[in-house]
Design a binder for this molecule. Structure first.
Ligand code: ZN
Length: 316
């Protein structure tokens, strides 16, 4: 019945696992809360459980590698999680070898935004495009750069950290240790913080009465014409435009794909973003680059991880 790859998207909140066919069709999925503990052992057990559950559901298939998209810098060659700010129990964890020993299968690790970039490049918005950039706007800002059809990792696996491009020299403190990073102005978390900053300045703004604001609430307000909410998304677009202009000038990408929950604010942040690109980039690359919304949504990371699995099968 052919080969399938088990691919997982390990997030700070959920662990999603899927069995993926070579043509990209997802045959079965599972979703569990990501178990948290001081060490990676509980997480390891949960991944093993999810893999075995998937294997039992599908009989008659030949299983290829197990592929994991993780919210971390990874050393893909050694299979080690280098730094996972939202899952620090995995810092330095040899996830590949631990899982390989227990599952009897090859294990492939990839950074989640890199995996999403590969997924979109395989079956989504940047399909067939050789040079593209993926920006994921979620709790943080992730990035994946595809050059000549291959993900750019760099010798340490840290390339593509678009969220930590500086856009304000003395700006808001960032979790990476620096300050003024794009993540602090363009993530869903940043959108909410910037709204709170406006409330502090203008206590009569519409969202001042809410004790808990989400980026979705702000989007609804902005779409209905609220000037203060619109201002928040304009700021988000401005900072994204600033960082992406630098990437357009330096990398000459054919496409930039926007994913993650906060990409839902597209209608409100895109005018400011486009205006910055127009102001700050060379004409030729600016005319070439297309801006797309993700087509695969939550499945981009899983499909990108699965694609790495199939590439690995083809090589061996
Ligand atoms: Zn940073």
């Amino acid at each position: 019945m052919g080969e399938i790859v088990l691919a997982a998207d390990l997030g700070g909140t959920n662990l999603r696992m899927a069995a993926v066919r070579r043509d990209g069709e997802i045959l079965s999925t599972s979703r569990k809360r990501t178990p948290r503990s001081d060490t990676g052992e509980r997480l390891l057990k949960e991944i093993i459980y999810a893999v075995n559950e998937c294997r039992q559901q599908l009989t008659g298939y030949e299983f290829g590698p197990v592929c994991l998209a993780v919210p971390a810098t990874v050393d893909a060659r050694k299979g080690v999680v280098v730094k996972a700010p939202n899952l620090p129990e995995l810092n330095g964890f040899c996830l590949s070898s631990e899982l390989r020993n227990k599952l009897g299968a090859q294990v492939i690790l990839e950074n989640d935004a890199n995996a999403a970039a590969l997924g979109e490049n395989w079956l989504g918005a940047s399909q067939g495009i050789e040079n593209s950039i993926m920006v994921t706007l979620g709790t943080g800002v992730g990035g994946g750069i595809v050059i000549g059809g291959k993900i750019l990792r760099g010798p340490d696996g840290t390339a593509g950290e678009i969220g930590h491009i500086n856009v304000e020299p003395n700006g808001h403190q960032c979790g990476c240790g620096s300050q003024g990073c794009l993540e602090q102005y363009a993530s869903a978390t940043a959108v909410v913080r910037m709204a709170k900053e406006i409330v502090a300045e203008k206590p009569n703004s519409k969202f001042a009465e809410k004790t808990y604001i989400t980026s979705e609430d702000l989007y609804e307000l902005g779409i209905s014409g609220d000037a203060e909410a619109k201002k928040v998304f304009e700021r988000q677009g401005f900072y994204l435009g600033l960082a992406l202009s630098g990437l357009i000038n330096s990398l000459n990408p054919e496409a930039i794909v926007f994913g993650g929950g906060a990409a839902a604010g597209w209608d409100l942040f895109m005018p400011a973003l486009r205006s910055e690109i127009e102001k700050r980039t060379y004409l030729t690359p600016a005319e070439r680059v297309k801006l797309f919304r993700s087509e695969l949504g939550d499945d981009a990371g899983i499909l990108g991880a699965a694609h790495l699995g199939f590439e690995n099968i083809a090589r061996n």
